[in-house]
Design a binder for this molecule. Structure first.
Ligand SMILES: [Cu+2]
Length: 449
C-alpha cells in the first residue's frame, strides 16, 4: 500500500499521530464508542451535530468559491482536492448543501480560485442563466464547429466569477457539479447537493402528503470516490493517466468509515464538515409517526449499491421527481420498498425509513416474538449470524465476565454500506470506505440524549 503524505500532514506530528491511532478495526470500534458518546451529550448539541446541515438564505442567494484543499482519510492519507465552499468560509468537501424552495428564484455566484476555468451545472432547474444569458455549452470555435470547452459558461481561472440564476425545480434532491472538464473536475471534488423543498410543505420530500418526514431526522448521503493517483498528478501539474484509473477511497459526504460516524463539523476533520450517522427511534403512532428521510446522490463514476442492515427503505423520489402516476387529480403512489438502494452515476434517490421495532424474545412473556423472514431471504454465515430484512436482533445471551451491558441504553446499531464490497474499504482495507452506522434508540429515548 502506498500513501501520499503531503507537507501539510508530515509537518504536524500530533496530527499524524492522531491519524495513525485511527487506523484499522480498532478505529471502527473507537468511532462507534464515539458515536455513543455523541448521543450522551446535550440534546441541543445532538440536534446540530447529526443530520442534514442546510445552507439557507432568505433571498436564496449563495456565494460559492471553488478552491483547492486537502481531505483526510482514515488510514492517515491526505489528499489534494478541489471543492466548492461558501465564499465567506473555507475549502470543504463536498460543497455546501443548498436548501431552497421549489418555484422560487435562486442565485448562485461562483468565484474561481482554481488554476483553470470551472463552472456549475444545475440539472433539473428551470431557466438556468449564466450572467443573464441562457446557460449553454461553450465551444472553442464558431458556432458548434469547435470542441466543447464547457457544458455551461464557466468562471475564468485564477479569480474569475460567474452568476447563475434559475427557478428551483420540482421538489427533491439534485446534484450540482462542475460542467467543465467534467471527468477531471468532478473527480477532484467539485460537487454538492441541492435540496428543493415543496412550497408551503417543507416537511415533505415532494408535493405528496405521504412523503412527509421527521424534520429532526433528515440525512444526505452524497456518494463519491477518489483515485489518489489522479489527485497527486493534478497537485504536481502532471498529466493524468485515465487508463490507469483505480479508485481507492469511497466516500459518504466526503468522509470514509469510520470518519462517517464523527459529528458534523468535527474539529479533526476541518475540510469535511458533514457526518453520516443516522440516529432514529422506532416508529410509534403517537410519539414518532413520521419516518426519517435519506437523500442519496451519486457524484462518482460507477453505480453504488447502498443498503442499511435490518430494514427496508421506501423510495419516493428519483432525480427530483415523485414516483407517482399521471392522474392530475389523484396520482397513484408508485413508491416502493427496497432493501438495496442502487444509486447510478449522476442520479439522486430519496428514501423514507421507518424503523418498525419488534419485541425481544422473553421465555415467559414473549416466547415467539417475531416472524422470521423466509429462509430464502436470509444469508447464513457460520452458525449464528444472519443478514435478513428483519429488525429482530435475536436473544440476549450471557455477557462475558465484567461486562454488564453492551450498549448505552438498549439502542441498536446496524451498519449501512455499499454492497460492492471493494467500495467498503480504505485503500483495500476492510471495513471502511462507503460505510456508516444507523443507530436506533429505544422508544423512550436514551436518558442521557
Ligand atoms: Cu451489508
Amino acid at each position: 500500500m502506498r500513501l501520499h503524505r503531503s507537507r501539510r500532514q508530515t509537518g504536524d506530528p500530533a496530527r499524524a499521530a492522531r491519524t495513525r491511532r485511527r487506523t484499522g478495526i480498532l478505529a471502527a470500534v473507537g468511532a462507534l464508542v464515539a458515536a455513543v458518546a455523541i448521543g450522551s451529550t446535550a440534546g441541543a448539541q445532538a440536534a446540530t451535530s447529526e443530520g442534514l446541515l442546510c445552507q439557507q438564505d432568505a433571498h436564496q442567494t449563495f456565494s460559492l468559491t471553488a478552491r483547492t484543499g486537502y481531505v483526510s482519510t482514515p488510514d492517515g492519507n491526505s489528499i489534494y482536492m478541489w471543492g466548492y465552499g461558501m465564499s465567506s468560509g473555507r475549502f470543504q468537501l463536498p460543497g455546501p448543501v443548498l436548501c431552497v424552495t421549489s418555484g422560487q428564484p435562486v442565485t448562485v455566484i461562483l468565484h474561481n480560485e482554481l488554476p483553470e476555468a470551472t463552472s456549475i451545472l444545475f440539472p433539473g432547474q428551470r431557466g438556468v442563466k449564466a450572467n443573464g444569458n441562457p446557460a449553454q455549452p461553450q465551444f472553442d470555435g464558431p458556432g458548434v464547429t469547435g470542441s466543447m470547452t464547457s457544458m455551461v459558461q464557466p468562471a475564468a481561472a485564477d479569480g474569475g466569477s460567474v452568476t447563475y440564476t434559475f427557478t428551483a425545480g420540482s421538489p427533491g434532491t439534485y446534484l450540482y457539479s462542475s460542467g467543465t472538464d467534467v471527468t477531471k473536475q468532478q473527480q477532484m471534488g467539485l460537487y454538492g447537493a441541492l435540496v428543493v423543498r415543496p412550497a408551503g410543505a417543507a416537511g415533505q420530500v415532494n408535493d405528496r402528503a405521504d412523503s412527509a418526514f421527521s424534520p429532526q431526522h433528515e440525512y444526505v448521503f452524497l456518494l463519491s470516490e477518489i483515485d489518489p493517483e489522479v489527485h497527486l498528478a493534478v497537485e504536481r501539474s502532471q498529466p493524468v493517466d485515465w487508463s490507469a484509473y483505480n479508485a481507492r477511497y469511497y466516500l459518504i459526504n466526503g468522509r470514509s468509515m469510520p470518519d462517517t460516524l464523527a459529528p458534523n463539523n468535527a474539529s479533526w476533520l476541518p475540510s469535511q464538515p458533514y457526518g453520516a450517522l443516522v440516529h432514529i427511534k422506532p416508529w410509534d403512532a403517537a410519539t414518532n409517526p413520521l419516518p426519517a428521510v435519506i437523500r442519496y446522490l451519486n457524484a462518482g463514476r460507477v453505480s453504488y449499491p447502498f443498503h442499511p442492515h435490518g430494514s427496508d427503505e421506501r423510495v419516493v423520489n428519483k432525480d427530483g421527481h415523485a414516483l407517482q402516476g399521471t392522474s392530475s387529480t389523484a396520482p397513484q403512489d408508485l413508491s416502493y420498498l427496497k432493501y438495496d438502494i442502487d444509486v447510478m452515476p449522476g442520479q439522486t434517490v430519496d428514501a423514507l425509513m421507518d424503523w418498525r421495532d419488534v419485541e425481544h424474545w422473553n421465555a415467559t412473556t414473549n416466547p415467539i416474538p417475531t416472524q422470521l423472514p423466509a429462509i430464502t431471504d436470509q444469508l447464513l454465515v457460520g452458525a449464528d449470524t444472519w443478514f435478513s430484512e428483519s429488525p429482530y436482533l435475536g436473544t440476549q445471551g450471557t455477557y462475558p465476565a465484567n461486562i454488564t451491558v453492551n450498549n448505552e441504553c438498549g439502542e441498536y446499531y446496524h451498519v449501512a454500506h455499499s454492497h460492492a464490497l471493494q467500495q467498503a474499504t480504505n485503500y483495500g482495507a476492510a471495513f471502511g470506505g462507503m460505510m456508516t452506522v444507523f443507530r436506533i434508540d429505544p422508544p423512550a429515548g436514551c436518558p442521557t440524549s
